[in-house]
Structure formats: structure tokens, C-alpha cells
Write a protein that binds this ligand. Structure first.
Ligand SMILES: *Cc1c(COP(=O)(O)O)cnc(C)c1O
Length: 430
């Protein structure tokens, strides 16, 4: 673009269309022209929110069972968030990690007091937290285990993010396509299959020890809402201990109350050596975190950093979120609403027999799987629900995912169930 054109476009004239016009109307064509087409978006422009409800730019309201994909822990415009955001923006929002940031220390202390971790590092997203975990595992492999080319095992159907290392870690070819060359040092195992894990470790360690870490989700979110199997994780924990392999859990989608416990791993009866968090941690402000036990705390000054990571703004807000989530009655609501939702879903799908495979989930992360033998996809159901005023999100082509804000009420669960029943009836005809 020539400087002249730039100058001209700097100030839109009254005839030019902009994504948001002077009278506040949304212009989809102008948006699509200016924003890269990396997302397949639903035709809905969101304007504002309150609690578990969102309003679009035409004023229509929706019940939000997506919550920014398991992110808006406390819903929208929650007074706890508004107060924390206001307090922090008025006091101090950003300084460099060249200096001590008290809010960062407070959040780290909350995490270490409420988890198996001894230390935390802060960054801005789930992918970045997992990148940190991968670097930590490699340094552990290089320095503690004396490996030249440490390997990290991850699961098929997993999801760990969109950076180069994390799409490589993600065991789904669709996320890797056309982005070759991928990052070396990863190998894949089927999820919840202990024999396969044992066989892979044996194979890779046959010549010399090579497996430094195993990175898994406590519950596979994007891969179809698949909870980890307790027995599998307990056996895997033992294998890791016996072979000095780090067990890394990606808690980006399930951490901070989503499953009815603070961390997803509490559902498995094990402790990871390393785990990551993001989505729900900040309730919607961008934050990621990498946690580890002191036994594998190998990163030293100069090894890793992030400009925004752990700034006073996000840490102040995340601490307010965490201190709300930790309350017994808050977590009790997550468990009770999850049970209510699963029971209602079971009732809703009962008339359709084998057109559904099953309902899966912990707390308020749940999925309903449609049979592979029918034409209807998760997107069909999600679109029909949206037309009827309920926002849901697919987890793969056959699973409809329910991840509402954790403050959801019994009445809102009932309302969602009603809309979902209507949506499935449209396709499955009863
Ligand atoms: C969403 C997600 C990520 C990626 O998080 P971003 O903040 O989008 O980078 C990583 N792992 C899991 C399990 C996720 O659900």
C-alpha cells in the first residue's frame, strides 16, 4: 500500500462503511474485509453480556453455554470482575518483570496453596503456558536426565494450542496440515490406553532413555470432552516415577473450578509434576500459567520470559476470580449444576435410542455425542440451538459441548435443556 493510500484510509469518510457505523450498527462485510479469515464464525455479533446472558448488536438475547469456551468463569459483567478490573487499572496495570510485582506473587501463592505445585510462571495464553511446559521438559531432559534429544509423548485427539510446538504436541493432523516442518521431539500415544503407553516408552527408550515427559489433558476438551480414566492415570503416574519421566497435565480448559474441583487432576487421584492453566484462570482476561513441583523447577534467569506475563492487571483480576472459585459453596454449585445438566440431557436424548452414543463430563464441562451412523452433526445442533437463543459449541464433528459460566443457576440449566431438546427434535424428529 502506498503512503498516499494509507493517508487516505486513515480517516474514513462518511460514505465508507466501517465495522461499527456511527449509529452503532454492525457491518459484517466491512468486518470480513479487514479481519483475516482464520475463524469460521457464526453470524452473530456480540454486543454486551450480563451473568450467563449475551446480547447481540440487534438487541436479541442468548443464554451463553459457551462462556468464551470455558473461559468466563464468573459470567459477564460480574461485579467481582468489574471491581477487580477497576481497582487494578486505577492503581497499576503493567510493569516489566524487571521488578517485583506483588499481585503476581499473590496469585502464585494462591495457586501453590491450592494445588500440588511449588512454583508458578505467568504468561498470556494456554498455548504459551504449554510452550513453557515443553521448554521446561526439554531442559529437564537435557540437564537432569542427560538426554541429547528428549522426547515428549502426547495423546492422539489431544489439543494443546496453535503455536508451532503446540500444534506439534496436538495429536490431530487437521491442526498440523500445511504447517510443515513441525517441531521435532514429539511422539503420540492413544489416550486412556496404558498398554500402548508402556509399549511406546519401551520402544523409544530401547537404545537409550529418550522419553523426558508425557503431556496429557486431564479431560480431553477439544478432542470430544473425554474424561481421563482414573486407573490409567494412576498407572501412568507410577510408570513416570519409575522412569523419571515428567507427567505434565494441560489443565487449560478444565482448571480453576470447571470440573467441580479446583483442578482437573483431582478427579484422577494423582498429582502431576507440571501443569498448565489459562482459559478459566482469569475469567476472561488473558492469562496463562505454568506450574511445577520444586523437584523439576529447572528454569533459571534468562531461560524464559514474557513481556505481559503476570502483570498487575491480569494477576489482580485472576486472584479475585480464584478467591471466588475456591469457596465451598461455589464449587458445590458447579457439581450440582453439572449433575442437573447430565440428568436432564440423559432424559432429553432417551427417546432417540442409538442416535446418541453417550453423555460425558465432569462438573460443568459436558459433551453429548451423536452417533457416527446418522447424518446430523454437532454443528447442526449448535446452529439450531443458537436460532432458538442458546449458545453451545461443538467439540469435534459429533460432540456438542456445554461449558456455561460456573455461576449458572438451576433455572438457566432447565432453560438450556428445553432449547436443546427442541433443537435435537428438529433433526431427529420426535
Ligand atoms: C484452549 C486450549 C489450549 C490453547 O489455549 P489458548 O489460550 O487458545 O492458546 C491449550 N490446551 C487446551 C486443553 C485448551 O483447551
Amino acid at each position: 500500500m502506498s503512503p498516499q493510500v494509507l493517508e487516505q484510509s486513515a480517516a474514513p469518510t462518511s460514505e465508507q462503511s466501517t465495522a461499527i457505523s456511527a449509529n452503532g450498527e454492525f457491518n459484517r462485510e466491512a468486518f470480513d474485509e479487514a479481519v483475516m479469515t482464520t475463524y469460521g464464525r457464526f453470524p452473530l455479533a456480540v454486543d454486551r453480556g450480563e451473568g450467563c446472558r449475551l446480547w447481540d448488536t440487534t438487541g436479541r438475547s442468548y443464554l451463553d453455554f459457551v462462556a468464551g469456551i470455558a473461559t468466563c468463569t464468573l459470567g459477564h459483567a460480574n461485579p467481582i470482575m468489574t471491581e477487580a478490573v477497576t481497582k487494578q487499572i486505577n492503581k497499576l496495570h503493567h510493569v516489566s518483570n524487571l521488578y517485583y510485582i506483588p499481585e503476581q506473587g499473590e496469585l502464585a501463592q494462591w495457586i501453590t496453596a491450592n494445588s500440588c505445585a511449588d512454583r508458578a510462571f505467568f504468561c498470556n495464553s494456554g498455548a504459551e503456558a504449554n510452550e513453557g511446559a515443553i521448554k521446561l521438559a526439554r531442559k529437564y531432559g537435557n540437564t537432569v536426565l542427560g538426554m541429547k534429544n528428549p522426547i515428549i509423548l502426547t495423546a492422539k485427539a489431544s489439543f494443546h494450542g496453535r503455536t508451532l510446538a503446540t500444534i506439534t504436541a496436538t495429536g490431530q493432523p487437521k491442526y498440523q496440515k500445511n504447517f510443515n516442518p513441525l517441531v521435532p521431539g514429539f511422539a503420540y500415544i492413544p489416550y486412556n490406553d496404558i498398554e500402548a503407553a508402556e509399549a511406546k516408552i519401551k520402544e523409544l527408550n530401547a537404545y537409550r532413555p529418550s522419553v523426558a515427559a508425557i503431556m496429557l489433558e486431564a479431560l480431553q476438551g477439544e478432542g470430544g470432552v473425554r474424561p481421563g480414566d482414573r486407573e490409567y492415570f494412576q498407572k501412568l503416574r507410577k510408570i513416570c516415577d519409575d522412569n523419571k519421566i515428567l507427567l505434565i497435565l494441560d489443565e487449560v480448559q478444565v482448571g480453576v473450578g470447571r470440573t467441580g474441583t479446583i483442578w482437573g487432576y483431582e478427579n484422577l487421584g494423582i498429582e502431576p509434576d507440571v501443569f498448565t492453566s489459562a482459559k478459566g484462570l482469569g475469567g476472561g482476561v488473558p492469562i496463562g500459567a505454568l506450574m511445577c513441583k520444586s523437584s523439576c523447577d529447572v528454569l533459571r534467569p534468562g531461560d524464559h520470559a514474557s513481556t505481559y506475563g503476570g502483570n498487575p492487571f491480569v494477576c489482580g483480576v485472576a486472584t479475585a476470580v480464584c478467591k471466588t472459585v475456591e469457596k465451598a459453596e461455589f464449587l458445590a454449585n458447579v457439581k450440582a449444576r453439572g449433575e442437573q445438566l447430565r440428568a436432564g440431557l440423559a432424559e432429553a436424548i432417551a427417546p432417540y435410542g442409538d442416535k446418541f452414543v453417550e453423555i460425558r463430563g465432569w462438573g460443568l464441562i459436558n459433551g453429548v455425542e451423536l452417533s457416527a451412523d446418522i447424518e446430523t452433526t454437532s454443528i447442526d445442533i449448535v446452529k439450531a440451538a443458537m436460532d432458538a437463543g442458546l449458545l453451545l459449541v461443538p467439540a469435534g464433528p459429533k460432540v456438542v459441548r456445554f461449558v456455561p459460566p460456573l455461576i449458572v443457576t438451576p433455572e438457566e440449566i432447565d432453560e438450556a435443556l428445553k432449547v436443546f431438546s427442541g433443537a435435537i427434535a428438529q433433526f431427529l424428529g420426535k
